[in-house]
Design a protein around this ligand. Structure first.
Ligand code: TRP
Length: 73
């Protein structure tokens, strides 16, 4: 199932960007935290374990819904 899911791309625009995975199901909690430094890219998917992703810090995010930036300044 998750092998065929869409990928999303996160590119860090500063050091220490956090990519936090939240669990799927009735209990929504953090289960994974990944730190990206400036210029690092993470390519991920939503899976049976991961229903949401929270991003802290300046980053560019690409999904099938479009491209967005976490910083508005
Ligand atoms: N083991 C996790 C999973 O299969 C890994 C993972 C997938 C993940 N997508 C993620 C972690 C996005 C953080 C963010 O669900």
């Amino acid at each position: 199932m998750s092998q065929n899911a869409d990928f999303f791309v996160i590119k860090a625009r500063e050091n220490g960007v956090q990519v936090i995975g939240l669990t799927r199901g009735s209990d929504t909690r953090f289960h994974h935290s990944e730190k990206l430094d400036k210029g690092e890219v993470m390519i991920g998917q939503f899976t049976e374990h991961t229903s949401a992703v929270k991003i802290r810090g300046k980053a560019v995010i690409q999904t099938s819904h479009g491209t967005m930036d976490t910083d508005e300044e």
